[in-house]
Design a protein around this ligand. Structure first.
Ligand code: PLP
Length: 393
């Protein structure tokens, strides 16, 4: 296998294509799909060599010991600049393992987050004794107080879902580390092409690989990247809870990762052009995009991101009915709750991703009846702008 060290010093696009690929007898340029649940051994002595860890080998797919899965994990680690990566059956499975493994002394969730994550943290994990304090991402004195009281895991999204809040990874990591806490960043909206949180001193990075890493709206997966030591307890939970993705999904993900850089570059340029176009639109009250100089955290975004991604949040100048009318008139943008694929999608957080929040919580998070979240795809930007213009007209 070509591993991370073989590729040290090489560029990101090169690592996306070559990292982790298994050299194989058939001469295939990439890792074959080992679509198998188990692996056979010539003898019991040989089996025990692998079971007892005296030599590496494949054993059972649910444990993650399958060459197709491991090859994609090596690729992901190389792309994110991490020592190791672990794949999961979804982004939520990845977060669940993270919070169970490292959240036992209390979790702090900063700022905005995906509705499913909020539900996991607020509703489900307290039943397992994992409690979360939800704090603003900008009032860092609040964070210090909570860490002083004992919380040992700080989690946040940047840029966040759905409002594209940008939090300062380095500043938060400095505070967390001073209190002996870990920092985990959900970097799904950015992708590793635009942001590598470990370089800004985060300890762990989480991705819904369903989004930009998969990139074609045809696979569901998750990933966590970090040190071997921090991933070890997540690996145990993944195995015990059966959260490992299928080898077919991993092969599809590897296919997608090979084109990650070119895809993200196009997402970035399309979204920047559309955000600038909509900024002056008479029917749009507000455009939130980290690449706009008017974004409240544009300076932080410029410091910690190398591109600003494909996600845009809009406030329509109108009420709920007006916003539904705009949504329903879109023709190229599909009305769907996901993001990160080649095709452009639009969603109202109040009808999908954040529907589970009550009104007060939505108001606190500035998720309004007039909010639309765009996932800008890879179509021609002019066609997408024309679609938005006719829907807004
Ligand atoms: N994190 C973010 C930022 C998301 O937007 C989502 C899903 O939309 C998730 C995590 C959960 O990912 P999945 O749907 O792959 O479980």
């Amino acid at each position: 296998m070509k591993n991370t060290t073989d590729l040290e010093g090489l560029g990101l696009a090169t690592r996306c294509i070559h990292a982790g690929e298994l050299v194989n007898d058939a001469g295939a340029p990439h890792t074959p799909l080992y679509n198998t649940t188990t692996f056979a051994f010539p003898s019991t002595a040989d089996l025990l060599e692998v079971v007892d860890g005296r030599r590496p080998g494949s054993l059972y797919t649910r444990y993650g010991s399958n060459p197709t899965i491991q090859s994609v994990e090596t690729k992901l680690a190389a792309i994110e600049g991490a020592e190791a990566a672990l794949l999961f059956a979804s982004g939520m499975a990845a977060e669940c393992a993270l919070f169970i493994a490292h959240g036992q002394d209390g979790i702090v969730c900063l700022g905005d987050a995906y509705g499913g994550t909020l539900s996991l943290l607020a509703q489900s994990l307290p039943k397992l004794g994992r409690t979360t304090a939800f704090l603003s991402g900008t009032n860092l004195s609040e964070l210090k107080a909570h860490l002083a009281a004992g919380a040992r895991l700080v989690f946040f999204e940047t840029p966040s879902n759905p409002n594209l809040e940008v939090l300062d990874i380095g500043a938060i990591a400095a505070i967390a580390h001073a209190h002996g806490a870990l920092v985990a960043v959900d970097s799904t909206f950015a992708s590793p092409v635009n942001q590598q949180p470990l370089r800004h001193n985060a300890d762990l990075v989480v991705h819904s690989a369903t989004k930009y890493l998969g990139g074609h709206s045809d696979l569901t997966a998750g990933a966590v990247m970090g040190s071997q030591a921090l991933l070890a307890p997540l690996r145990a939970w993944r195995s015990d809870l059966g959260q490992t993705p299928a080898p077919e999904t991993c092969a599809l993900l590897a296919r997608s990762l090979r084109t990650l850089v070119v895809r993200i570059e196009r997402h970035n340029t399309n979204a920047q052009a559309i955000a600038e176009h909509l900024e002056g639109h008479p029917r749009v009250r507000q455009v939130r995009y980290p690449g706009l100089a008017r974004h409240p955290s544009h300076a932080i975004a410029k410091r910690q991101m190398t591109g600003f991604g494909g996600m845009i949040a809009l406030e329509i100048d109108g009420d709920y009915a007006d916003t539904v009318r705009v949504m329903d008139r879109l023709t190229l943008f599909a009305r769907a709750p996901s993001l990160g694929g080649v095709e452009s999608l639009a969603t109202q957080p109040v009808t999908t991703t954040h529907r589970g929040l009550d009104e007060a919580e939505r108001a606190r998070r500035r998720i309004t009846d007039s909010s639309i979240r765009l996932s800008v795809g890879l179509e021609n930007a002019a066609d997408l702008m024309a679609d938005l213009d006719q829907a807004l007209a």
